[in-house]
Design a protein around this ligand. Structure first.
Ligand code: NAD
Length: 489
C-alpha cells in the first residue's frame, strides 16, 4: 500500500548513513511501489553540489550497496528514483541555503507530510530544529527524525529534549533506534503476545535467567574519534540492548499502539536496579594472540591513536528488574566489538523441572528458548526427549528449530529492512517503534551512575584478544552464578 505524499529532507544527505542506509531504504520502497509519484526527497548538506552531482552520488551509493542490481531487473527503476531527488547546499549553523529550502518546499500543506531527517552529528540536532523553526518550515504535522546518539548523558539528553520540545510536540519527534525496526525484534512481541504458550511462563517463577548478546566482529575503524568518546556502554547498551531488554521484560501493553507500548517499556527501565560494580565487566580489544585466528592488525588503542585510552569496546553486566514479574531473575547483557562472531541473540533459560521422576541418571534438563536476531533470524526451543533406543529412560535435549528464512521462504527476503520500515512508519505517523523522550532519559539515568563509577574509580577496561569471546572476567561473572554464556562461544 503506498504511503501518502511526502517531502523528505535528509540533512547530512551526503554522509555515510544516508548513503548506506537511508537512500537505499527509500530506493527499495520505491521499487516496491510504495512511494507515491509525487514524493520528493531532498538531500541537504554542506558540500556545494549540483542536483546532477548529487544524483550521481546516490546512484553510486546504490551500486556500492549492490542494491540496484537485484531490484532493477526491468531497468529504469534507478532513473525514476533519481528523478525524485534534489539537493541543496545548506549549513545547519549558517543562514545561507535556508531560504532556497523554504522556496523549494513551499508552505506546509495538509495533504503532504513533511519530514526532516537529522542524519548529522548530534551537535547539529538543536541548531537544525532552531533553523527549521526560524524559517517557518514546519507546521504541527511536520515530523523530525533524530539519529543516535540522543545525548551523551542524562543532562545532555534532557537539554536536547527541551530544545526539541520548544519547537515540536512529542508526537512529531521520531528518535530512531534501528534495532527496533528489525523484523525479528518486532517478532519478539509477536512471539510473546501472540502465543499462549510462552507468556504464562514468562516470569521469575519459571525463567531462571535471560541473556542478551549483541556481538560484532568489526572494530571501531572509521568511527574511532566518535567512539573513543562514547564506548560500548553509551553506543550500544544505553540504547539497543536496553530496548531489547524492555521488549523482553515488559508487561503486555493493552494494545499495539505507540504510547501503550512505550509506557510499558518505560516501566521496565524505571524498575531496573542500579548495577553493582562487581556485576559489570568492561573490556577493550587487543591484538589476537599468535595463532588465535584473529587477522586484524590493530588493537583498539592503535586504531583510536591513544595508547592510554580507557574507553570500553566491550561490556557485560548483570541487571535486575525490581518488579513482581522479574524479582530474582537476572538479565545478563553483553556486547562487544572484534569478537569471534557477529551475532545478536536472546536466550531465555527456563528452570529445571521441580522433580525428576527419572532419577539422578537422567541428568538435569531445562528448556532454552533462543531468539536469533541476526544472522539467520529464527527461534529454537530446546526440548527434552527420551534418547532413542533400548537403553532405558535416558534423556537428551533436542532443538525445535525454526529459521525464518526456511519457514517463510522468499517472503523474508522481501521483508523491508529496519530503515525501510522505520522511514515508512514516520511517513505514516506511527511512533510505536521509536523511543519517547522520557524513555531515553530513564535509560541515561540508569547508565550515568555506572559510567560515573568507572571514572571515579579510575577503572581501566580488561584487554581481550581480537577474535575471542571477550574478557575472561565476563566468563567469571557467569561462573560465580554457576552459569555460562551461550550464543557466540
Ligand atoms: P558523516 O560524517 O558521514 O556525515 C555527516 C553529514 O552531515 C554529511 O552529509 C555532512 O555534509 C553533513 N554536515 C556536517 N556538518 C554540517 C553542517 N554544519 N550543516 C549541514 N550539514 C552538515 O556521518 P554519518 O555517519 O552519516 O552519521 C550521521 C548521523 O547518524 C550521526 O548522528 C551518527 O551518530 C548517526 N548514525 C550513523 C550511523 C552510521 O552507520 N554511519 C549509524 C547510526 C547512527
Amino acid at each position: 500500500i503506498p504511503v501518502q505524499a511526502f517531502d523528505l529532507v535528509i540533512f547530512g544527505g551526503t554522509g555515510d548513513l544516508a548513503q548506506r542506509k537511508i537512500l537505499p531504504a527509500l530506493y527499495r520502497r520505491h521499487c516496491a511501489g510504495q512511494l507515491p509519484d509525487t514524493a520528493r526527497i531532498i538531500g541537504a548538506a554542506r558540500a556545494e553540489l549540483s542536483r546532477r552531482d548529487y544524483q550521481s552520488l546516490v546512484r553510486a551509493a546504490l551500486q556500492a550497496g549492490d542494491i540496484s542490481a537485484g531490484k532493477d531487473a526491468a531497468g529504469g527503476q534507478v532513473d525514476s528514483f533519481l528523478a525524485r531527488i534534489n539537493y541543496l547546499a545548506i549549513d545547519a549553523t549558517e543562514a545561507e541555503g535556508w531560504q532556497t529550502l523554504a522556496q523549494t518546499l513551499g508552505r506546509p500543506t495538509a495533504d503532504r507530510v513533511r519530514v526532516f531527517y537529522f542524519s548529522v552529528g548530534p551537535a547539529l540536532f538543536a541548531p537544525l530544529a532552531e533553523q527549521i523553526w526560524a524559517h517557518d518550515l514546519a507546521d504541527d504535522q511536520t515530523r523530525i527524525v533524530v539519529e543516535k546518539p540522543f545525548g551523551h548523558d542524562l543532562a545532555s539528553a534532557k537539554a536536547l529534549n527541551r530544545t526539541l520540545a520548544s519547537h515540536f510536540d512529542e508526537s512529531q519527534i521520531y528518535r530512531i533506534d534501528h534495532y527496533l525496526g528489525k523484523e525479528t525484534v518486532q517478532n519478539l512481541m509477536a512471539i510473546r503476545f501472540g502465543n499462549m504458550l510462552f507468556e504464562p511462563l514468562w516470569n521469575s517463577q519459571y525463567v531462571d535467567h535471560i541473556q542478551v548478546t549483541v556481538a560484532e566482529t568489526v572494530g571501531v575503524e572509521g568511527r574511532a574519534s566518535y567512539y573513543d568518546k562514547s564506548g560500548a556502554m553509551r553506543d550500544m547498551v544505553q540504547n539497543h540492548l536496553m530496548q531489547l531488554l524492555c521488549l523482553i521484560a515488559m508487561e503486555p501493553p493493552a494494545k499495539f499502539d505507540p504510547d501503550a507500548v512505550r509506557d510499558e517499556k518505560l516501566k521496565v527501565i524505571r524498575a531496573l536496579e542500579p548495577v553493582e560494580p562487581h556485576h559489570i565487566v568492561r573490556g577493550q580489544y587487543a591484538l589476537a594472540q599468535e595463532g588465535a585466528g584473529g587477522d586484524e592488525d590493530q588493537s583498539y588503542r592503535e586504531t583510536v591513536g591513544d595508547p592510554r585510552s580507557s574507553t570500553e569496546s566491550y561490556v557485560a553486566l548483570k541487571a535486575h528488574i525490581s518488579n513482581w514479574r522479574w524479582a530474582g531473575t537476572p538479565f545478563y547483557l553483553r556486547t562487544g566489538k572484534r569478537l569471534v562472531a557477529r551475532s545478536s541473540v536472546i536466550n531465555v533459560f527456563f528452570k529445571d523441572a521441580p522433580h525428576s521422576i527419572f532419577g539422578a541418571d537422567a541428568g538435569r534438563h531445562a528448556n532454552l528458548l533462543t531468539i536469533r536476531l541476526q544472522p539467520d533470524e529464527g527461534i529454537t526451543l530446546k526440548v527434552t526427549i527420551k534418547e532413542p533406543g533400548p537403553g532405558g529412560m535416558r534423556l537428551i535435549d533436542v532443538p525445535l528449530d525454526m529459521s525464518f528464512a526456511q519457514a517463510l521462504g522468499a517472503d523474508i527476503d522481501d521483508a523491508p529492512d529496519a530503515y525501510e520500515r522505520l522511514i515508512t512508519d514516520v511517513i505514516r505517523g506511527n511512533q510505536t517503534l521509536f523511543m519517547r523522550g522520557d524513555e531515553v532519559e530513564a535509560a541515561w539515568a540508569w547508565t550515568d551512575p555506572i559510567i560515573a563509577g568507572w571514572t571515579s574509580r579510575g577503572d581501566v577496561p580488561k584487554p581481550y584478544d581480537s577474535g575471542s569471546t571477550g574478557p575472561g572476567d565476563a566468563d567469571l561473572l557467569m561462573r560465580r552464578d554457576q552459569r555460562d554464556w551461550q550464543g557466540i562461544n
